[in-house]
Design a protein around this ligand. Structure first.
Ligand code: ZN
Ligand code: ZN
Length: 394
């Protein structure tokens, strides 16, 4: 049976996948600078006899064609970039690049997809259809490697009928995965406000226009976008994490800088909210004698797991891992550039469990102590191979 063959192969390659992951983990590279990682992926694809093409500078797209006749195409995606974090784990595979760390598990995604490629290449005489492998740069940095890969045609020639991605999840035990049909992750926009007034002595407010007070009003008033204007059934988040008013106890500054994030799960509402936020902030500033420069840097769109495809993928996962090892996920207000694939094609993005409390592996992604239980690599390769071949109709 296909499942047993894949299980056997993924067991056989587990040691190599761990080694690949450790190599990548030791040699992390920042977004859009994944040159060594890219070279590593290409060299391994060459070793497997899989042809590839460069894209988006450091990105790679490769095709594995099954020998049996079929027009079906599925794409599998991994991201390759690391984060500007100094690793504090004391492990043999610790990052050797100062200030750079695979703290979001993209080393896991890349090594797993290489393992999946090896399984599929080994089985290519036994299946029909084409598997497109996408190794993309820069998930962590706007405008996102996915958007560039798509612009450069990664979803064309051939066009995949489905795109599948996986991401590590420290809340889920190794050996399990999590999945959610429909809307799953948020759009994210960066907000940059400059509130301008007129600075002066703190003892003479009547001669100044206080941008600190204006900013305070703006921060409070903007929350009505979330609590009064947003549809209560639609998740919406507005947070300000940076407020700089560089005056002193007795000095009112000329201006205040505010930076925040706006997240939601609906494109029409997202656009409307941008307009409403601008209007409120500018109106308040003006009514108080100042002005507000409201700049929004659009981030990734929301991520949606196509319902039918996700139900099918869930079934395959239950079949491969056992029903008890496939968990339901809640909406997650973080963002992910896989969302671009999900806006362009039927897509499914599931979560790979990597937690192991007994081994002390519980840290969140984007922390200096993030690590994974490498037992997860025993299923990450085979599961994706199984999903791909089943979805191709084998
Ligand atoms: Zn991340
Ligand atoms: Zn990530």
């Amino acid at each position: 049976m296909l499942k047993d063959k894949i299980r056997e192969l993924s067991g056989k390659i587990h040691g190599d996948v761990i080694n690949h992951r450790r190599f990548l983990h030791s040699n992390p590279e920042l977004s859009f600078q994944e040159y060594q990682t890219s070279a590593f992926v290409k060299a391994y694809l060459d070793e497997l006899g899989i042809s590839w093409q460069s894209m988006a500078d450091t990105g790679i797209v490769a095709l594995i064609r099954g020998s049996k006749p079929s027009e079906e195409v599925i794409a599998l995606r991994a991201d390759m970039d690391a984060l500007p974090i100094t690793e504090s784990n004391d492990v043999p595979y610790k990052s050797i690049n100062p200030g750079v760390m695979h703290a979001c598990g993209h080393d896991v995604h890349t090594s797993s997809l290489l393992g999946t490629a090896r399984i599929l290449q080994t089985l290519r005489d036994e299946f029909g259809g084409t598997v497109k492998l996408i190794f993309q740069p820069a998930e962590e940095k706007l405008p996102g490697g996915a958007s560039i890969m798509i612009k450069e045609g990664v979803l064309e020639n051939p066009k995949p009928h489905a795109v599948i991605g996986q991401h590590v999840m420290p809340l889920i035990d190794a050996g399990k995965i999590g999945i959610r049909p429909g809307k799953y992750m948020a759009s994210t926009d960066e907000l940059y406000l400059t509130v301008k007034g007129k600075g002066g002595h703190g003892a003479q407010p009547q001669q100044n226009i206080d941008p600190v007070l204006i900013s305070a009003h703006i921060i409070v008033a903007l929350q009505q976008v979330v609590s009064r204007i947003a549809d209560p059934k639609l998740p919406t988040v507005l947070s300000f994490g940076k407020v700089i008013a560089n005056g002193a106890t007795n000095v009112i500054p000329d201006e205040v800088k505010l930076e925040g994030t706006f997240r939601t799960l609906d494109e029409a509402w997202r656009a409307e909210a941008h307009k409403r936020m601008k209007k409120i902030a500018e109106g308040i500033a003006e009514s108080m004698g100042g002005s507000c420069d409201f700049h929004i840097m659009n981030g990734y769109p929301f991520l949606v797991n196509e319902e039918k495809l996700t139900a099918i993928v869930r079934g395959f996962a239950e079949d491969y891992l056992g029903k008890e090892n496939v968990l339901d996920l809640d909406i997650w207000m973080a963002a992910e550039d896989f969302a671009y694939y999900s806006q362009a094609a039927d897509s499914c993005f599931y979560r790979l469990g990597i937690r192991n409390e007994a081994k002390g592996i519980t840290s969140s992604v984007h922390t200096s102590t993030f690590d994974i239980d490498e037992d997860a690599l025993a299923i990450s390769t085979g599961l994706m191979a199984y999903i791909a071949l089943k979805r191709l109709g084998n």
